[in-house]
Design a protein around this ligand. Structure first.
Ligand code: ADP
Length: 225
């Protein structure tokens, strides 16, 4: 059994809207082991995105902690958390979030230019990743010149460019037709196997969830199975 790459304990998130407080996550405890694929499934509004954002340090919890590689995420300063995120976590979202004025290769390389990391080999790494996602002949295309599935492939290559240990995917096929979705999921699973990247994916789609090695169901902000 490998050691946990990430542990969440007692995670709670309360959003306050005017005078009303909404408890979106209640006491979430989970452990993710290095190299596994964890799928978190639940209906729309169950709290999946909120949980994924907390696990990746994109948002801070009302209570609780996330430990990654033995270190607490929320006891770090915001700047330290940003650095850790940039170096160790790749994100793929439902909307591809590519910068429209940059071409595919520039979009993929961008996370490699942030922070103090060395840029040796960055362009080669970006090019290899775009080839690996089947876009070796689209390096200079801008997002508007690519289909939705191709844009998501660019976003996946971008998520992997800093060689993160952890990939977080939030409904990565939510905007795609079923055939393109299957191709993107096959790609994510292939890259997970090739790079031994730990992956956490959230989805409302039970069909997608069945691909996971381990599936957690979240309902009304609680893990129910
Ligand atoms: P899911 O990803 O499972 O669809 P979310 O985590 O996006 O669910 O949202 C869970 C609940 O939290 C929803 O009821 C949503 O309206 C609410 N919510 C999400 N983000 C915010 C926010 N920034 N402010 C207030 N409420 C929010």
């Amino acid at each position: 059994m490998t050691s946990p790459i990430l542990t969440a304990s007692g995670l709670r998130k309360i959003y306050t809207m005017g005078k009303r407080a909404v408890e979106v996550l209640q006491d979430i405890n989970l452990e993710v082991r290095s190299g596994e694929v964890l799928v978190i499934v639940g209906a729309s509004g169950a709290g999946k995105s909120t949980l994924l954002h907390l696990l990746g340090g994109l948002d801070t919890p009302t209570a609780g902690e996330v430990i990654m590689d033995g270190k607490s995420l929320f006891q770090k300063s915001a700047a330290e958390r940003t650095r850790l995120r940039n170096e160790q976590i790749g994100f793929v979202f439902q909307s591809y979030n590519l910068l429209p004025e940059l071409d595919a290769l520039e979009n993929v390389c961008l996370p490699g230019l942030l922070g103090a990391r060395r840029t040796d080999g960055l362009v080669e790494r970006g090019t290899d990743l775009l080839k690996a996602v089947g876009l070796g002949d689209r390096l200079e295309h801008r997002p508007t010149e690519l289909s939705g599935g191709e844009q998501q492939r660019v976003a996946i290559a971008r998520a992997l460019v800093n060689q993160p240990g952890l990939l977080l995917a939030d409904e990565p096929t939510g905007n795609l037709d079923s055939r393109t979705s299957e191709a993107i999921l096959d790609l994510l699973w292939r890259l997970h196997t090739e790079h031994n990247t730990t992956m956490i994916m959230v989805t409302h789609d039970e069909h997608i969830a069945k691909r996971g090695e381990r599936i957690l169901e979240i309902k009304d902000g609680k893990i129910v199975s």
